[in-house]
Write a protein that binds this ligand. Structure first.
Ligand SMILES: Cc1cc2nc3c(=O)[nH]c(=O)nc-3n(C[C@H](O)[C@H](O)[C@H](O)COP(=O)(O)OP(=O)(O)OC[C@H]3O[C@@H](n4cnc5c(N)ncnc54)[C@H](O)[C@@H]3O)c2cc1C
Length: 474
């Protein structure tokens, strides 16, 4: 949609071919929008449960109607759908055609019997949930992101396969709405690409809320017994005996596969693999006038990256500018509570790249606004070079996804750490955490004994006026 809207506005004759019944893709129908709407509802319920913490009378909460919750999810989708409509694209100048396209050659697509010919094509077909190779999995009742948001009955116990962003977001939301939840994750931490200390903060919050988490654990076999889903699991490493976790339904959130089925890519000579249709930095597939953007190219599975890549493809295809994608500044956020947000290098990525770094940290519990909000969990971690150049930022905490953007702008603009440290931040805001972390780089030097000595010498400063009892120093 981004590519079609942009191309049409540049004046290129554009057709957008969509296989589903409506525009909007995974993000609108089965991804970002329904998940964030569900998370918000679950968050409201969780706050209500915490009423006493805020000095309010304790409230007894009735059971949740998942059908009513999903009605709200549906209504948000419907509202956004109006924006993501064929009529809007038509107003911009792009034609939308619904159907199942198939390449005939590298310029021609067959659309249910009619032929469309174009100078350039952009493949942006997205991805689908992939079913991991676990014995029996296809024969048990399971949900994916494509079915979870149309459920109407809250499961008593939801088993989740996968501790990535989708798994943890859904785990917390369903737990807060009233389900028991168990996550089974293959790697030895949740949210694999994040630093372990950041992921551990989220894990402890999920566990405190009652989510059972098994990491370093492999699903071996799925079956049905006594009306329950039985998932046989075992350790990835070590000798421990396998055991069984039992639930009402299994949510599979264990990876994605590119949507290439039915496109007949070989007819166009387009190379692809189980990871997708690879693209170069100009978003070109191996056939230079066929581009590959979004989840289907297997690089970063985010809506904002898909949009960014569509812009790159457009520059190349329509404006003939050799613009290249730069993935070093891609931010992302997992919308759990606390949120986990990241841009640029974290420790894992810095170590892998052999980059020397210092980590500047500040905890939310030292931020006045976080105390006022009752949201003191988490921290910020800013990675800088030894000389103070900003390499990346990770935040786990309340509104981390919003707070991250000060660092997104800083990194994109090549802003100095001293500028962030010196900028006046409104009080009391959560954003003060960024100033604190940046300031910590200079504080040691600024308030060092050496600085004090020089100032005493220059300005005849008299030193301490007070020394705590039992501390003779100073
Ligand atoms: C539960 C969940 C939560 C998510 N939350 C977030 C989030 O908070 N933030 C974020 O940035 N990302 C999130 N994502 C990821 C995000 O949804 C995807 O990265 C994004 O939708 C990718 O955009 P896309 O254009 O590549 O694919 P899509 O948005 O899926 O669009 C692809 C379109 O192509 C159509 N199509 C498929 N095959 C064909 C075909 N053969 N012919 C014609 N049309 C076809 C599809 O019907 C679809 O409309 C989430 C994903 C999931 C599953």
């Amino acid at each position: 949609m981004t590519a079609a809207a942009g191309a049409a506005q540049f004046g290129a004759k554009t057709v957008l071919v969509e296989k589903a019944k409506a525009l909007g893709g995974d993000c609108l129908h089965f991804g970002c929008v329904p998940s964030k709407t569900l998370i918000r509802t679950a968050g409201v319920w969780s706050l209500a449960r915490r009423a006493k913490e805020f000095g309010l009378p304790e409230v007894t909460l009735p059971p949740v109607s998942l059908a009513a919750v999903m009605d709200r999810v549906r209504s948000v989708i419907d509202t956004i759908q109006e924006h993501d409509s064929p009529e809007r694209l038509c107003r911009l100048g792009a034609e939308v055609r619904f159907g199942s396209p198939r390449f005939v050659d590298d310029h021609t697509v067959d659309l249910d019997g009619s032929r469309l010919t174009a100078k350039a094509w952009i493949i942006a077909t997205g991805s689908s949930p992939s079913l991991p190779a676990v014995e029996g999995i296809a024969d048990v009742p399971y949900w994916t992101n494509e079915t979870v948001f149309s459920q109407t009955a809250l499961p008593g116990h939801l088993l989740i396969l996968g501790g990535g962003p989708i798994g943890v977001e859904m785990a917390q939301a369903f737990r807060r709405l009233g389900s028991k939840v168990t996550i089974v994750e293959f790697t030895d931490q949740l949210l694999g690409p994040e630093d372990p200390d950041i992921a551990a903060i989220l894990r402890s919050r999920l566990e405190a809320e009652g989510v059972k988490v098994f990491t370093g654990t492999k699903a071996l076999k799925a079956s049905v017994g006594n009306g329950s889903v039985l998932l046989r699991v075992g350790p990835v490493k070590g000798e421990a005996e396998p055991w069984t976790v039992e639930g009402d339904v299994l949510l599979v959130a264990a990876g994605r596969k590119p949507n290439v089925e039915g496109l007949d890519l070989p007819a166009a000579g387009v190379a692809y693999s189980p990871r997708g249709v690879p693209a170069d930095r100009r978003m070109r597939s191996n056939v230079p006038h066929i581009y590959s953007c979004g989840d289907v190219n297997g690089v970063f599975p985010f809506t904002h990256v898909a949009g960014y890549e569509a812009g790159i493809a457009l520059s190349n295809a329509v404006l003939r500018l050799p613009r290249r994608a730069d993935y070093t500044k891609v931010p992302w956020c997992t919308y759990t509570d606390p949120e986990v947000a990241s841009v640029g290098m974290n420790e894992k990525r810095a170590k892998a790249a052999g980059v020397e770094y210092r980590s500047l940290e500040a905890p939310f519990r030292e931020v006045d606004r976080a105390l006022a909000e009752g949201e003191t969990e988490g921290k910020i971690k800013v990675l800088v070079t030894p000389s103070g150049r900003i390499l990346g930022c990770q935040i786990v905490g309340h509104h981390a996804g919003e707070l991250l953007h000060e660092w997104v702008a800083a990194i994109n603009g090549g802003v100095k750490l001293s500028t962030v440290a010196g900028a006046i931040h409104a009080y009391p805001t959560l954003a003060e955490i960024s100033k604190k972390a940046a300031g910590s780089f200079y504080a040691e030097k600024l308030f060092s004994d050496r600085t004090k000595k020089i100032l005493r010498f220059l300005f005849d400063l008299k030193g301490r006026a007070c020394t705590p009892e039992g501390n003779a120093g100073g």
